[in-house]
Design a protein around this ligand. Structure first.
Ligand code: SF4
Length: 368
Protein backbone atom coordinates (compact mmCIF):
# COMPACT_ATOMS: atom_id res chain seq x y z
CA UNK A 1 0.00 0.00 0.00
CA UNK A 2 1.50 3.32 -1.07
CA UNK A 3 0.98 5.87 1.69
CA UNK A 4 2.09 9.46 1.06
CA UNK A 5 2.00 12.87 2.72
CA UNK A 6 0.66 15.72 0.59
CA UNK A 7 3.52 18.16 0.96
CA UNK A 8 2.38 21.69 1.84
CA UNK A 9 5.08 24.01 3.09
CA UNK A 10 2.97 25.63 5.81
CA UNK A 11 2.47 22.25 7.52
CA UNK A 12 6.06 21.05 7.38
CA UNK A 13 6.44 20.98 11.16
CA UNK A 14 3.39 18.74 11.57
CA UNK A 15 4.83 16.64 8.76
CA UNK A 16 8.15 16.26 10.57
CA UNK A 17 6.42 15.15 13.80
CA UNK A 18 4.00 12.75 12.11
CA UNK A 19 6.67 11.36 9.81
CA UNK A 20 8.67 10.43 12.90
CA UNK A 21 5.66 8.94 14.70
CA UNK A 22 4.63 6.86 11.66
CA UNK A 23 8.20 5.80 10.97
CA UNK A 24 8.39 4.34 14.48
CA UNK A 25 5.26 2.33 13.64
CA UNK A 26 6.78 1.09 10.38
CA UNK A 27 5.25 3.54 7.87
CA UNK A 28 7.25 5.97 5.76
CA UNK A 29 5.17 8.98 4.74
CA UNK A 30 6.92 10.01 1.55
CA UNK A 31 6.27 13.60 0.54
CA UNK A 32 4.13 13.90 -2.59
CA UNK A 33 3.12 16.77 -4.80
CA UNK A 34 -0.04 17.28 -6.81
CA UNK A 35 1.02 14.74 -9.46
CA UNK A 36 2.56 12.13 -7.17
CA UNK A 37 -0.58 11.80 -5.05
CA UNK A 38 -2.39 10.41 -8.11
CA UNK A 39 -0.47 7.12 -7.78
CA UNK A 40 -0.98 6.69 -4.05
CA UNK A 41 -3.37 4.44 -2.16
CA UNK A 42 -3.54 6.63 0.92
CA UNK A 43 -2.91 10.40 0.99
CA UNK A 44 -2.51 12.34 4.26
CA UNK A 45 -3.14 16.10 4.50
CA UNK A 46 -2.57 18.61 7.30
CA UNK A 47 -4.58 21.77 6.65
CA UNK A 48 -5.37 25.03 8.33
CA UNK A 49 -8.39 27.28 7.92
CA UNK A 50 -6.60 29.56 5.47
CA UNK A 51 -5.57 26.90 3.00
CA UNK A 52 -8.37 24.38 3.44
CA UNK A 53 -10.43 25.53 0.46
CA UNK A 54 -7.38 25.37 -1.79
CA UNK A 55 -7.09 21.59 -1.24
CA UNK A 56 -10.71 20.54 -0.70
CA UNK A 57 -11.43 19.88 -4.38
CA UNK A 58 -8.17 17.97 -4.77
CA UNK A 59 -9.08 15.69 -1.85
CA UNK A 60 -12.56 15.06 -3.25
CA UNK A 61 -11.21 14.15 -6.68
CA UNK A 62 -8.65 11.59 -5.51
CA UNK A 63 -9.09 7.92 -6.19
CA UNK A 64 -7.33 7.09 -2.91
CA UNK A 65 -8.13 6.91 0.78
CA UNK A 66 -7.87 10.50 2.04
CA UNK A 67 -6.91 11.28 5.63
CA UNK A 68 -7.14 14.90 6.79
CA UNK A 69 -5.84 16.44 9.99
CA UNK A 70 -4.63 19.75 11.34
CA UNK A 71 -6.40 22.72 12.91
CA UNK A 72 -9.22 23.12 10.41
CA UNK A 73 -10.26 19.47 9.95
CA UNK A 74 -9.98 18.95 13.72
CA UNK A 75 -12.37 21.83 14.39
CA UNK A 76 -14.88 20.89 11.68
CA UNK A 77 -14.43 17.17 11.26
CA UNK A 78 -18.06 16.48 10.37
CA UNK A 79 -17.97 18.94 7.46
CA UNK A 80 -14.51 17.79 6.38
CA UNK A 81 -15.74 14.19 6.12
CA UNK A 82 -17.52 15.33 2.93
CA UNK A 83 -14.05 15.80 1.38
CA UNK A 84 -11.97 13.16 3.20
CA UNK A 85 -12.54 9.54 4.25
CA UNK A 86 -11.03 10.02 7.71
CA UNK A 87 -10.20 12.95 9.92
CA UNK A 88 -7.54 12.68 12.60
CA UNK A 89 -8.91 15.05 15.22
CA UNK A 90 -6.33 16.89 17.32
CA UNK A 91 -2.97 15.26 18.00
CA UNK A 92 -2.03 12.64 15.43
CA UNK A 93 1.04 10.87 16.81
CA UNK A 94 -0.95 7.95 18.18
CA UNK A 95 -4.10 8.03 16.06
CA UNK A 96 -2.51 8.22 12.59
CA UNK A 97 -0.27 5.12 12.90
CA UNK A 98 -3.23 3.17 14.35
CA UNK A 99 -5.35 4.19 11.38
CA UNK A 100 -2.61 3.23 8.92
CA UNK A 101 -2.31 -0.15 10.68
CA UNK A 102 -6.02 -0.75 10.32
CA UNK A 103 -6.08 0.29 6.66
CA UNK A 104 -3.04 -1.83 5.82
CA UNK A 105 -4.46 -4.90 7.54
CA UNK A 106 -8.02 -4.44 6.35
CA UNK A 107 -9.14 -4.14 9.97
CA UNK A 108 -12.03 -2.19 11.48
CA UNK A 109 -11.29 1.54 11.39
CA UNK A 110 -14.43 2.68 13.17
CA UNK A 111 -13.24 2.55 16.78
CA UNK A 112 -9.84 4.20 16.69
CA UNK A 113 -9.77 6.96 19.33
CA UNK A 114 -9.11 10.32 17.72
CA UNK A 115 -10.21 9.26 14.24
CA UNK A 116 -13.51 10.46 12.77
CA UNK A 117 -15.14 8.68 9.82
CA UNK A 118 -18.58 8.05 8.42
CA UNK A 119 -18.92 5.48 11.23
CA UNK A 120 -18.58 8.11 13.95
CA UNK A 121 -15.98 9.56 16.24
CA UNK A 122 -14.56 8.43 19.54
CA UNK A 123 -12.72 11.08 21.51
CA UNK A 124 -9.33 9.87 22.74
CA UNK A 125 -8.99 9.54 26.51
CA UNK A 126 -5.35 10.62 26.45
CA UNK A 127 -3.10 13.50 25.54
CA UNK A 128 0.15 12.83 23.75
CA UNK A 129 3.21 12.77 26.02
CA UNK A 130 5.87 14.70 24.12
CA UNK A 131 8.75 12.48 25.21
CA UNK A 132 6.99 9.46 23.71
CA UNK A 133 7.64 10.85 20.22
CA UNK A 134 10.58 12.70 18.71
CA UNK A 135 9.81 16.09 17.11
CA UNK A 136 11.37 14.85 13.88
CA UNK A 137 13.51 12.10 12.35
CA UNK A 138 14.62 12.19 8.69
CA UNK A 139 12.20 15.00 7.85
CA UNK A 140 13.66 17.82 9.84
CA UNK A 141 11.50 20.16 11.91
CA UNK A 142 11.78 22.45 14.87
CA UNK A 143 12.22 20.96 18.32
CA UNK A 144 8.85 21.08 20.04
CA UNK A 145 9.48 22.30 23.58
CA UNK A 146 5.92 22.45 24.88
CA UNK A 147 2.41 21.75 23.68
CA UNK A 148 -0.99 23.08 24.83
CA UNK A 149 -1.76 26.53 26.15
CA UNK A 150 -3.58 27.58 29.33
CA UNK A 151 -4.64 30.87 27.71
CA UNK A 152 -7.76 31.31 25.69
CA UNK A 153 -7.20 34.01 23.06
CA UNK A 154 -10.40 34.29 21.05
CA UNK A 155 -8.75 34.06 17.64
CA UNK A 156 -6.34 31.19 18.31
CA UNK A 157 -6.70 27.50 17.44
CA UNK A 158 -3.79 26.26 19.56
CA UNK A 159 -5.70 25.46 22.77
CA UNK A 160 -8.56 23.96 20.75
CA UNK A 161 -6.13 21.61 18.97
CA UNK A 162 -3.75 20.77 21.81
CA UNK A 163 -5.75 21.53 24.94
CA UNK A 164 -5.26 23.96 27.81
CA UNK A 165 -2.82 21.83 29.77
CA UNK A 166 0.74 22.75 28.88
CA UNK A 167 3.01 19.73 28.53
CA UNK A 168 6.78 20.02 28.20
CA UNK A 169 9.36 17.88 26.50
CA UNK A 170 11.96 16.73 29.03
CA UNK A 171 15.34 18.43 29.07
CA UNK A 172 17.00 15.14 28.13
CA UNK A 173 14.79 14.74 25.08
CA UNK A 174 15.34 18.36 23.97
CA UNK A 175 19.10 17.97 24.34
CA UNK A 176 19.12 14.75 22.39
CA UNK A 177 17.17 16.33 19.50
CA UNK A 178 19.30 19.49 19.60
CA UNK A 179 22.44 17.41 19.05
CA UNK A 180 21.22 16.79 15.51
CA UNK A 181 21.42 20.49 14.63
CA UNK A 182 24.11 23.12 14.72
CA UNK A 183 21.46 25.70 15.67
CA UNK A 184 18.79 24.83 18.21
CA UNK A 185 15.44 26.33 17.21
CA UNK A 186 12.20 25.54 18.94
CA UNK A 187 8.46 25.59 18.48
CA UNK A 188 6.18 26.25 21.44
CA UNK A 189 3.16 28.41 22.28
CA UNK A 190 5.31 30.40 24.74
CA UNK A 191 9.04 29.70 25.00
CA UNK A 192 9.41 31.36 28.40
CA UNK A 193 6.79 28.99 29.85
CA UNK A 194 9.13 26.02 29.39
CA UNK A 195 9.11 23.91 32.55
CA UNK A 196 6.34 25.93 34.16
CA UNK A 197 3.90 23.73 36.07
CA UNK A 198 0.84 25.77 35.09
CA UNK A 199 2.09 27.51 31.95
CA UNK A 200 1.04 30.79 33.52
CA UNK A 201 4.27 31.81 35.25
CA UNK A 202 7.87 31.48 34.10
CA UNK A 203 10.10 28.97 35.84
CA UNK A 204 13.52 30.54 35.31
CA UNK A 205 15.34 27.70 37.07
CA UNK A 206 14.00 25.06 34.70
CA UNK A 207 14.56 27.33 31.71
CA UNK A 208 18.13 27.97 32.74
CA UNK A 209 18.81 24.27 33.31
CA UNK A 210 17.61 23.60 29.78
CA UNK A 211 19.68 26.38 28.24
CA UNK A 212 22.78 25.36 30.18
CA UNK A 213 22.42 21.84 28.81
CA UNK A 214 22.81 22.96 25.17
CA UNK A 215 26.48 24.03 25.19
CA UNK A 216 27.40 23.20 21.60
CA UNK A 217 24.40 24.79 19.94
CA UNK A 218 23.68 28.31 18.84
CA UNK A 219 20.38 28.55 20.70
CA UNK A 220 17.49 30.69 19.42
CA UNK A 221 14.74 31.12 22.01
CA UNK A 222 12.02 33.76 21.94
CA UNK A 223 12.20 34.15 18.17
CA UNK A 224 9.87 32.66 15.56
CA UNK A 225 8.51 30.00 16.01
CA UNK A 226 9.18 30.15 19.74
CA UNK A 227 7.66 33.53 20.52
CA UNK A 228 6.73 34.51 24.06
CA UNK A 229 3.91 36.28 25.85
CA UNK A 230 4.61 39.85 27.01
CA UNK A 231 4.07 39.24 30.72
CA UNK A 232 6.72 36.50 30.56
CA UNK A 233 9.31 39.06 29.47
CA UNK A 234 10.91 39.74 32.84
CA UNK A 235 14.40 40.70 33.94
CA UNK A 236 14.93 37.00 34.74
CA UNK A 237 13.92 35.61 31.35
CA UNK A 238 15.60 38.41 29.38
CA UNK A 239 18.82 37.80 31.28
CA UNK A 240 18.70 34.13 30.25
CA UNK A 241 18.38 35.09 26.59
CA UNK A 242 21.32 37.45 26.84
CA UNK A 243 23.44 34.90 28.67
CA UNK A 244 22.66 31.73 26.72
CA UNK A 245 21.08 32.54 23.37
CA UNK A 246 22.35 33.69 20.00
CA UNK A 247 19.31 35.82 19.15
CA UNK A 248 19.42 39.57 19.64
CA UNK A 249 15.67 39.87 18.99
CA UNK A 250 12.79 38.97 21.26
CA UNK A 251 9.48 38.24 19.58
CA UNK A 252 6.22 38.60 21.50
CA UNK A 253 2.56 39.26 20.83
CA UNK A 254 0.89 42.52 21.83
CA UNK A 255 -2.02 42.14 19.38
CA UNK A 256 -3.65 45.46 20.31
CA UNK A 257 -2.87 48.66 22.18
CA UNK A 258 -6.42 48.86 23.52
CA UNK A 259 -7.23 47.27 26.87
CA UNK A 260 -10.86 46.97 25.78
CA UNK A 261 -9.83 44.92 22.74
CA UNK A 262 -7.39 42.79 24.76
CA UNK A 263 -10.13 42.05 27.25
CA UNK A 264 -12.59 41.02 24.53
CA UNK A 265 -9.89 38.82 23.05
CA UNK A 266 -9.34 37.22 26.50
CA UNK A 267 -5.64 37.76 26.04
CA UNK A 268 -5.02 37.68 29.77
CA UNK A 269 -2.67 40.69 29.81
CA UNK A 270 -2.97 44.45 29.55
CA UNK A 271 -1.35 47.06 27.33
CA UNK A 272 0.81 48.08 30.26
CA UNK A 273 2.33 44.55 30.36
CA UNK A 274 3.38 45.09 26.75
CA UNK A 275 5.06 48.42 27.57
CA UNK A 276 6.84 46.73 30.50
CA UNK A 277 8.11 44.05 28.12
CA UNK A 278 9.40 46.74 25.76
CA UNK A 279 11.21 48.47 28.64
CA UNK A 280 12.87 45.20 29.59
CA UNK A 281 13.97 44.63 26.00
CA UNK A 282 15.61 48.05 26.01
CA UNK A 283 17.28 47.40 29.37
CA UNK A 284 18.78 44.16 28.07
CA UNK A 285 19.58 45.44 24.56
CA UNK A 286 17.19 43.01 22.93
CA UNK A 287 15.42 44.26 19.84
CA UNK A 288 11.67 43.69 20.22
CA UNK A 289 9.69 42.12 17.40
CA UNK A 290 6.04 42.63 18.23
CA UNK A 291 2.92 41.12 16.66
CA UNK A 292 -0.25 43.18 16.32
CA UNK A 293 -3.55 42.31 14.68
CA UNK A 294 -5.93 44.72 12.97
CA UNK A 295 -9.50 44.03 11.88
CA UNK A 296 -11.21 42.72 15.02
CA UNK A 297 -14.95 43.31 14.62
CA UNK A 298 -15.26 45.01 18.01
CA UNK A 299 -12.34 47.38 17.40
CA UNK A 300 -13.39 51.04 17.35
CA UNK A 301 -11.68 53.76 15.32
CA UNK A 302 -10.02 54.90 18.56
CA UNK A 303 -8.75 51.37 19.30
CA UNK A 304 -7.27 51.14 15.83
CA UNK A 305 -5.63 54.56 16.14
CA UNK A 306 -4.16 53.57 19.52
CA UNK A 307 -2.67 50.43 17.97
CA UNK A 308 -1.26 52.46 15.08
CA UNK A 309 0.35 54.89 17.54
CA UNK A 310 1.83 51.90 19.35
CA UNK A 311 3.15 50.47 16.07
CA UNK A 312 4.84 53.78 15.27
CA UNK A 313 6.44 53.97 18.70
CA UNK A 314 7.74 50.40 18.64
CA UNK A 315 9.04 50.73 15.09
CA UNK A 316 11.43 53.48 16.28
CA UNK A 317 13.60 50.91 18.04
CA UNK A 318 12.11 47.52 17.14
CA UNK A 319 10.07 45.82 14.48
CA UNK A 320 6.35 45.23 14.21
CA UNK A 321 4.77 42.30 12.47
CA UNK A 322 1.23 43.19 11.43
CA UNK A 323 -1.56 40.68 10.83
CA UNK A 324 -5.12 40.97 9.68
CA UNK A 325 -7.69 39.16 11.81
CA UNK A 326 -8.89 35.86 10.29
CA UNK A 327 -11.82 34.09 11.92
CA UNK A 328 -10.54 30.53 12.36
CA UNK A 329 -12.66 27.41 12.68
CA UNK A 330 -13.28 26.18 16.21
CA UNK A 331 -12.29 29.44 17.90
CA UNK A 332 -14.65 31.70 19.88
CA UNK A 333 -14.33 34.27 17.07
CA UNK A 334 -14.96 31.80 14.24
CA UNK A 335 -18.15 33.58 13.17
CA UNK A 336 -16.85 37.11 13.58
CA UNK A 337 -16.68 39.34 10.53
CA UNK A 338 -13.38 41.21 10.23
CA UNK A 339 -13.56 44.98 10.12
CA UNK A 340 -11.81 46.87 7.37
CA UNK A 341 -8.74 48.81 8.37
CA UNK A 342 -9.26 52.59 8.37
CA UNK A 343 -7.85 54.20 5.20
CA UNK A 344 -5.52 56.48 7.17
CA UNK A 345 -4.21 53.50 9.20
CA UNK A 346 -3.76 51.53 5.97
CA UNK A 347 -1.76 54.41 4.45
CA UNK A 348 0.45 54.84 7.49
CA UNK A 349 1.17 51.12 7.78
CA UNK A 350 2.08 51.12 4.09
CA UNK A 351 4.47 54.00 4.66
CA UNK A 352 6.14 52.23 7.60
CA UNK A 353 6.38 49.03 5.56
CA UNK A 354 8.15 50.90 2.76
CA UNK A 355 10.77 51.95 5.29
CA UNK A 356 11.10 48.37 6.54
CA UNK A 357 9.70 49.26 9.96
CA UNK A 358 6.72 46.94 9.72
CA UNK A 359 6.23 43.62 7.97
CA UNK A 360 3.19 41.44 7.42
CA UNK A 361 -0.19 42.27 5.98
CA UNK A 362 -3.35 44.03 7.12
CA UNK A 363 -5.75 42.90 4.41
CA UNK A 364 -7.40 39.49 3.93
CA UNK A 365 -4.95 36.92 2.65
CA UNK A 366 -4.84 33.21 1.87
CA UNK A 367 -1.88 30.89 2.22
CA UNK A 368 -0.90 27.75 0.44
S1 SF4 B 1 -2.31 33.21 21.05
FE1 SF4 B 1 -0.67 32.22 22.21
S2 SF4 B 1 -1.21 32.62 24.34
FE2 SF4 B 1 -3.08 32.96 23.15
S3 SF4 B 1 -4.15 30.99 23.18
FE3 SF4 B 1 -2.88 31.04 21.32
S4 SF4 B 1 -0.99 30.04 21.91
FE4 SF4 B 1 -2.04 30.60 23.78
Amino acid sequence: MKIVWRYISSSRNSYAALYAACETAGYLLDPADEKEIQNADVVCYSLNSLNYDVYAEEMRSLDAVVIAGGPHPSALYQEVLCDADYVVVGEGERALPLLLDALTNGADTSKIPGVASASGYQQPGYMVRLDAFPSFSQMKGYIELSRGCPHNCGYCQTPRLHGHCMRHRSRESVVSLAKRYHDARFVTPNAFAYGSSDGLHPDCDKLERLLRSLPDNAVYLGTFPSEVRPEFVTAGTAELVVQYCANKNLHFGAQSASDAVLSKLRRGHTVSAVWDALDICRDFHLRPVVDVIFGFPFETDEDEEATLAFVKEVSRFGKVHVHYFSPLAGTPLSDAVPREVLPEVDRELGRLALHGQVTGYWHPKRFD
